[in-house]
Design a binder for this molecule. Structure first.
Ligand SMILES: N[C@@H](CCC[C@H](N)C(=O)O)C(=O)O
Length: 279
């Protein structure tokens, strides 16, 4: 299996171009993503043919679970598809588990320098996130834990679920402690990604993300979009903001005209390799 190691702001992926998924892809994802014993990555990503779009992206987290969407991986996929001339156009449509996403590439000297993804409208209705409870949006709502802990959360989805908490200082946020507790909270039947957000000003936030099926990552594209939408819904920021993540910055714009969220950021190629399965 030939692969390309790529990342979006340190959120790293093993990317494979294939005709079909290999047998037992979840187990392969666990092996490939494992540090020291495998390549080491946050996810295993496949570029596959598509009947209704230019290509299909499928992403498996490091724990083998499949995610519906990934805002960082889709930029890597678009860059690789363009630079290998699989799709020789700067605009392409990529089918994902969260629907077809239009992507636009900025190219300089034949190389992709930036990528804008139309993430579509955020899904705000509770049952569609999915999250348990009465119908309506989940904005600054108390979430109760078995041991009596209560956290105020804003929840939404971009095809994959996100739970956002506002904190005074993101560097000191208890990501390792609360991340897994929220990921596995019974209110989220498909588990959830968790964003810890510090509001810096009306056009700037700092975010750390505990990703479902991975743990804390250096960046999360859909998580940055979720954090931005939650900040807007809570009245903390404007609709166009910069999201500072440990791995770097993403620009997010929740456009009034079409209600879609646009994610802009880089994608980086690191090396090519071949996976030689020995067991
Ligand atoms: N890093 C991603 C999200 C990857 C999937 C996530 N762990 C999930 O299970 O939903 C991003 O950049 O959006």
């Amino acid at each position: 299996m030939h692969f390309v190691k790529m990342h979006g702001l340190g959120n790293d992926f093993v990317v494979v171009m294939a005709r079909t998924l290999p047998p037992d892809t979840p187990e392969l994802a666990r092996k490939v993503c494992r540090p020291h014993f495998g390549v080491g990555a946050d996810g295993l990503v496949f570029i596959l043919p598509s009947e209704e779009a230019d290509i299909t992206m499928r992403i498996f987290n490091a724990d083998g679970s499949e995610a519906e969407m990934c805002g960082n991986a889709i930029r890597c996929v678009a860059k690789l598809a363009y630079e290998t001339r699989l799709i020789p156009y700067q605009r392409m449509r990529i089918a994902t588990g969260a629907g077809i996403k239009p992507v636009e590439l900025t190219v300089k000297d034949g190389k992709v320098v930036s990528c804008t993804v139309d993430m579509g409208e955020p899904i705000l209705e509770r049952s569609a996130i999915p999250m348990q409870g009465p119908p309506g949006k989940v904005v600054n709502e108390p979430l109760i834990f078995e041991d009596g802990l209560v956290l105020r959360v804003t929840a939404l989805s971009f095809g994959n679920p996100h739970c956002v908490l506002f904190v005074p200082a993101v560097e000191e946020a208890p990501v390792e402690e609360l991340g897994p507790r929220l990921e596995h909270h019974p209110a989220f039947p498909h588990r959830t990604n968790v964003e810890f957000v510090e509001v810096v000003g009306p056009s700037e936030i700092r975010v750390r993300v505990w990703e479902r099926g991975v743990g804390e990552t250096l960046a999360c594209g859909s998580g940055a979009c979720a954090a931005a939408v939650a900040s807007i819904l809570n009245g903390y920021t404007a609709r166009e903001i910069v999201v500072h993540l440990p791995g770097g910055d993403l620009r997010i714009h929740w456009k009034e005209e079409d209600g879609h969220v646009y994610l802009q950021g880089p994608a980086t190629t690191v090396f090519k390799g071949e996976w030689l399965e020995e067991e």
